[in-house]
Ligand binder design. Structure first.
Ligand code: SF4
Length: 643
């Protein structure tokens, strides 16, 4: 594959001179930053034909990454790239959810226990940062190299500058954001940064922006390895739009379908687990819905993303409990409740407080909850003692101990901090014995932090996913269907029938969202006509005519295929999809309304079904030539199965 990739590199994706006029929605430039040389330069965005195939987000970023990563590069080596990419709808301001930026890099988490090898990882952040990057004049940033001293990047109205950041090395994410705004004398700047966890190369360190938002799955550690503390963006440019009236109309129709969070009512419960009827409780040893006592006594304030009416992110000022008077910043979902607190048996306002601590330290909650939850269980089983924990007694329900463990992890203190910081499988190895049986993981990464075990399709999505690991490829089995995508009703969660197709269709839709610069949370897919609203908005912005649902799903599928090719290059095999899911996730569910259920009965058949749906060869995992042809990906035909 390396020889063919070398040839591919000879046809640069970012052309010195762009042929053809840009569609609307793009600023036309990518910023290239070499931190070893301390230089920045502008490059051209690809031409219109490439953009229609790879509109932005994960797809365009991966198309850059696969061309630029040299053979044998490891995640923390300076040659690894970290690519930040928006999409054409990011920052137009007339639709909900047009706030996304995506981060793609070589993952430092999913080495499958084979040293420093990794897979590509992609994660998305919302808030204001992606929109402001475009207002500063850029669609994306490619960062390579590594600085010897801490630095931050300042991008303002078409100019980029690498600035000294030694004074804030060691500071948490919120302190960093505020310090940089003061340093720049620009209170309106938007800052994406790392906390102590990213600096310490904690495997699942996040990139946090605008206080409430994060791009997760380990990109923060890659920034830390490059000594890049933050990227601040600001500008007064605006995103060009081909048909403003049509965009307004599409946006209004779309807004009318959005379910808006009501404050405080929507925030006074365990979160999404209430809908799923499960939460992660004591390292997946219980699913019972417990923990949100007194949430209704706290003060919630929405902190909306750029021009989005859904109001997912929020700050909460704690009014009762030990931390009364503290304000924490939280994002849309409730995974952080489960990873930061419920999994340790913690309840009440301390749940909110601990979620806020992880946000400031910059650690992904699912990773922390799975690795640290396993150590708590090991302590209970007598496999870990005080000599390893630095004298801490790891008892379920002790919030002060959990906070101490969070801080030890972020700064890699002692056996305990290092074990958790090195990832869930490293934690299992550090514990020893049969710990691998109760450390929840998929391909050495943490699973998503709701308890999805009763949901066959979503579990399949996690089992075949990568980079982190998140259910990018969820299915329609816990709420309503997705009428625009051919699923008029909710599907059966306890059935293998049609699940592989469902996961592929939903995953492709989500990758399309990311490629267009959209937030999935702003896509109420159970509402008929929502996808058409989005496509109308895309046409209004870009000028692309006849861009239908089929083309949107093809965009998403291309992302999927390219990510898969990248993984194959780094040693991925079908065996990793078949046998790299931790036992804890496939054990019968211990209690609650799903007691006794396991989707393991559908394996390995479902994984084989999925390979068939994706057009991959079952034994080698390689895409079939006709799959790549159908998607117009002939330039990658060298990666196809040879029969
Ligand atoms: S749907 Fe929620 S998370 Fe997504 S952009 Fe809107 S407010 Fe932000």
């Amino acid at each position: 594959m390396e020889k063919e990739l070398e040839q591919l590199r000879r046809q640069p994706l970012l052309p010195p001179r762009r042929a053809g006029a840009l569609p609307g929605g793009y600023m036309g430039r990518i910023l290239r930053v070499d931190l070893t040389a301390g230089t920045t330069k502008d490059e051209n965005l690809p031409g219109p034909e490439v953009l229609r195939k790879w509109p932005g987000g994960q797809g365009l970023a991966q198309a850059i990454l696969i061309r630029e990563l040299p053979a044998g590069v490891t995640p923390f080596s300076p040659e690894n790239r970290i690519v930040f990419m928006t999409g054409p709808l990011t920052g137009t301001g007339k639709t909900p959810g047009g706030a996304a930026y995506t981060v793609v890099t070589l993952s430092n988490i999913t080495g499958f226990g084979r040293g420093e090898r990794g897979t590509a990882v992609s994660s998305s952040g919302m808030g204001h940062w992606g929109s402001y990057l475009k207002f500063a004049g850029y669609d994306g940033i490619i960062v390579s190299g590594a600085s010897t001293q801490p630095v931050y990047l300042w991008i303002n109205n078409g100019r980029a500058e690498i600035r000294e950041a030694s004074k804030i090395w060691g500071r948490d994410t919120h302190e960093t954001i505020e310090w940089i705004k003061r340093d720049l004398n620009q209170p309106e700047a938007s800052v994406a940064c790392i906390g102590p966890a990213g600096e310490s190369l904690v495997r699942a360190a996040m990139i946090l922006n605008d206080h409430n938002h994060s791009a997760s799955h380990g990109g923060g550690a890659i920034m830390g390895s490059k000594k890049l503390k933050a990227i601040a963006v600001h500008g007064t440019k605006r995103v060009p739009v081909k048909d403003a009236a049509r965009l307004e109309e599409a946006g209004n129709s779309w807004r009318s379908k959005i379910r808006v969070y009501e404050y405080p009512k929507s925030r006074c419960n365990v979160g999404f687990g209430a809908e799923l009827k499960t939460v992660v409780n004591r390292n997946f040893s219980s699913t019972l819905l417990d923990g949100s006592e007194d949430f209704d006594k706290q003060q919630f304030t929405p902190r909306p993303c750029y021009e989005c009416n859904r109001q997912c992110p929020y700050d909460v000022r704690l009014v009762t409990g030990k931390h009364a008077g503290v304000t924490v910043s939280l994002n849309a979902g409730s995974e952080h409740f489960e990873g930061a607190a419920f999994t340790f048996g913690i309840k009440g306002p301390e749940v909110l407080y601990l979620a806020g601590v992880l946000n400031r330290l910059g650690i992904e909650a699912s990773h922390f909850g799975c690795a640290a939850g396993a150590v708590f269980e090991a302590y209970e089983r007598g496999l870990v003692g005080r000599e390893q924990t630095g004298g801490l007694e790891l008892k379920w329900g002790d919030a002060a101990v959990v906070e101490t463990v969070m801080n030890m992890t972020a700064r890699r203190e002692g056996w305990l901090g290092n074990a958790i910081a090195d990832g869930v499988m490293a934690t299992a190895r550090a514990i020893g014995g049969d710990a691998a049986r109760f450390v929840p993981n998929v391909k050495a990464g943490a699973p998503a932090m709701h308890d999805w075990r009763p949901y066959t399709g979503i579990m399949l999505g996690q089992i075949v996913s990568s980079g982190g690991v998140k259910p990018q490829f969820a299915a329609y089995e816990y709420r309503d269907g997705a009428p625009d995508l051919g699923y008029p009703d909710k599907t059966d969660r306890d059935s293998a029938a049609g699940k592989a197709r469902e996961v592929l269709v939903n995953g492709s839709n989500r990758y399309f969202c990311g490629s267009a610069g959209l937030c999935w949370f702003a896509q109420p897919i159970n509402k008929q006509g929502i996808l058409q609203d989005q496509l109308n908005a895309l046409t209004a912005v870009t000028g692309w005519q006849d861009f239908g649902i089929e083309e949107a799903l093809a965009v998403g599928q291309r992302v999927w295929q390219l990510e898969h090719i990248l993984h194959l290059r780094y040693g991925w095999t079908p065996e990793d999809d078949l046998a790299a899911t931790g036992t804890r996730l496939l054990e019968p569910i211990p209690d609650g309304i799903f007691k006794g259920f396991t989707m393991a009965k559908y394996l390995p058949g479902l994984v084989h079904d999925f390979y068939r749906e994706c057009g991959w060869d079952a034994s080698s995992g390689l895409p079939r030539p006709e799959t790549l042809r159908r998607l117009g990906m002939e330039e990658f035909s060298f990666a196809a199965a040879q029969h």
